[in-house]
Design a protein around this ligand. Structure first.
Ligand code: MRU
Length: 350
């Protein structure tokens, strides 16, 4: 399995996703500030991977702290969390991970500092293991929804590279193929950062899974020609009513799927579900540099001074979502009720 990120004795090690698919390079972040930069600069990306990277960043910062008492360590925790919390606003997994680390710290109040430090490292490592277990469980649930054969469209990269391993949407596809289904993946290239062309195509072809890359504006034509039997994507945040924030362009895929009578599935771990956000309207959408749109591979594609929009994510209203696959099970409309039911269930442990 691809090692997207791992805790090492030297720091947090990432496969540098900005270099794929042409170079497989690994970078080790030796401070929490370096981890924060890796998240911001998308060396690591994808909601679940961002969450675990954030937890490891917190653990690293606390491990290196020279605080002499718990109160000072707690102040440092706040400082580290603030820096890491400012990296990317949409993937709720980032905030979920910081909260879980804080809860762990709180549960250790009064314990010796070395014990707190070790426990926080273990917590981050445990989150890494749980993420893979959640993906495997999602795969088992979601595989049942996949067609027995034919094309399945995905957008962005919701694979091993976006998680600690196996993937969410790509985990569902992997599990379906492992169960004998004959699936051919259509990967939207995913402008402007090209996660589909660069990352999804890289990890699927590495696994020997049949993959065709298409430019984003080809999806409708492929559906009309009957080449696509289902669409499955990941999510950065799922609101309590089932609205889904995911990579820009996901909404377009969902609308096209509905028009063509194709099921549109979302696969995400429970850490992506934000029951405190009532609907997609309240989800903060990250705006990224205009240069990602105006330039490609270092070459300028648009005139100087032209106005540019670059929202990194869009929101797909729940009425376009056929089902949401989580490690706890499959939710279908009405999501306000079915997600509430899943919220009460025990989480998958590693
Ligand atoms: O900007 P990115 O590459 O971090 O965006 C990633 C996505 O939109 C993924 O689809 C989402 O995080 C789910 S990953 C399992």
């Amino acid at each position: 399995m691809i090692k997207t990120l791992e805790w090492t004795a030297d720091g947090v090690r990432f496969i540098d996703q900005t270099k794929l698919p042409t170079e497989e390079v690994y970078v080790t972040c030796r401070t929490y500030q370096e981890v924060a930069a890796a998240i911001r600069d998308m060396i690591v990306r994808g909601a679940p991977a961002i969450g675990v990277a954030a937890a490891m960043g917190v653990a690293l910062g606390i491990q290196q702290s020279s605080a002499k008492d718990e109160q000072s360590l707690r102040r440092e925790f706040d400082q580290i969390s603030t820096v890491i919390g400012k990296t990317r606003p949409t993937a709720v997994n980032l905030f979920w991970a910081i909260r879980r680390m804080r809860e762990k710290f709180d549960s250790l109040a009064g314990r010796p500092l070395p014990e707190i430090k070790t426990a926080l490292v273990h917590e981050a490592q445990q989150m890494h293991l749980e993420d893979i277990a959640a993906n495997k469980a999602m795969g088992r649930h979601g595989a049942t929804l996949m067609p027995s054969s034919g094309g399945v469209l995905t957008h962005c990269n919701a694979g091993a590279l976006a998680t600690c391993g196996y993937g969410t949407a790509l985990g569902v596809i992997r599990a379906a193929i492992e169960s004998g289904k004959k699936i051919h993946v259509f990967a939207d290239e995913t402008r402007p950062f090209l996660q589909g062309a660069r990352l999804t195509a890289w990890e699927l072809t590495k696994d020997g899974i049949q993959t065709t890359v298409i430019a984003d504006n080809m999806a409708g034509a492929m559906m009309r020609q009957g080449k696509i039997k289902a669409a499955v994507v990941g999510a950065d945040r799922i609101a309590a009513n089932g609205d889904v924030a995911n990579k820009i362009g996901t909404y377009t895929v969902a609308v096209l799927a509905k028009e063509h009578g194709i099921p549109f599935y979302v696969a995400a771990p429970w850490s992506t579900v934000d029951m405190n956000t009532p609907s997609g309207d309240q989800i903060p959408i990250e705006q990224r540099s205009p240069k990602e749109v105006t330039h490609h591979g270092g070459k300028q594609m648009a005139p100087d001074g032209v106005r540019v929009e670059n929202p990194a994510f869009d929101v797909t209203p729940n009425q376009y979502v056929t089902a949401i696959v989580t490690e706890r099970g499959i939710a279908r409309a009405p999501y306000a009720e079915t997600l509430k039911e899943l919220a009460g269930m025990a989480t998958v442990t590693a």
